[in-house]
Design a protein around this ligand. Structure first.
Ligand SMILES: CC(C)(COP(=O)(O)OP(=O)(O)OC[C@H]1O[C@@H](n2cnc3c(N)ncnc32)[C@H](O)[C@@H]1OP(=O)(O)O)[C@@H](O)C(=O)NCCC(=O)NCCS
Length: 167
């Protein structure tokens, strides 16, 4: 198993950053989770969202080190001045369990707070509900039903304390 060190979290401001974000999305959502490629590459919000990437140095079992490997990504869409939508959160499979997903979400929540947003909505894959609950998101009354998005069960969750809590 490779090991990952020297985490850098950064806003995807360059073309290369954007490509690295898309690379992670394709590995995770298309290759692993089997969503069609068009749901990533042709998504209407690709050029209407703020994107962040996580980069790490990767040390392979044979000691070979690759620097600045893209391991995670997330994005935020402005729904309105006060509401953001977090999405396309992905961490590559062998870098999971290292709190990278948590750090990416916390970064977005903080950033949304600094720009005056009060709430963040997500359409979470149903089996990720527990992950988001740990980060301050809840399923609100009336939203308990799952719905299909791109063919898989999702659930609506909100973070209502953006800018007020540590999460
Ligand atoms: C969901 C995902 C981003 C989590 O990333 P990660 O880096 O492995 O998660 P973290 O290590 O930051 O986990 C943070 C906490 O959430 C918990 N957690 C992780 N996945 C969970 C899940 N599916 N359900 C409940 N809890 C979960 C961890 O155990 C950890 O708990 P702790 O803080 O008490 O130790 C990652 O599994 C992933 O990319 N999955 C595939 C893509 C995907 O499903 N994206 C989300 C679409 S809505």
């Amino acid at each position: 198993m490779p090991t990952y060190t020297n985490l850098i979290l950064k806003a995807a401001t360059t073309e290369q950053d954007q490509q690295q974000s898309m690379q992670v999305r394709i590995v995770v959502f298309v290759d692993e989770q089997k969503y069609p490629l068009y749901t990533e590459v042709d998504d209407e919000y690709n050029d209407k969202s703020d994107v962040w990437i996580a980069l790490c140095d990767r040390t392979m079992d044979d000691g070979k080190v690759e620097q600045g490997v893209p391991v995670g990504t997330v994005r935020l869409i402005s729904v309105s001045e006060k509401v953001g939508k977090l999405g396309r959160l992905a961490v590559i499979s062998d870098a999971r369990g290292l709190s990278l997903g948590k750090k990416l979400v916390q970064l977005v929540v903080r950033d949304a707070g600094t720009r005056g947003m009060e709430s963040i909505i997500i359409h979470a894959q149903y089996d990720k509900q527990g992950f988001y609950e740990k980060l301050g998101f809840t399923v609100e009354k009336g939203d308990e039903e799952t719905f299909l998005e791109d063919g898989t069960p999702h659930i609506r969750m909100w973070h209502r304390n953006v800018g007020k809590s540590k999460n």
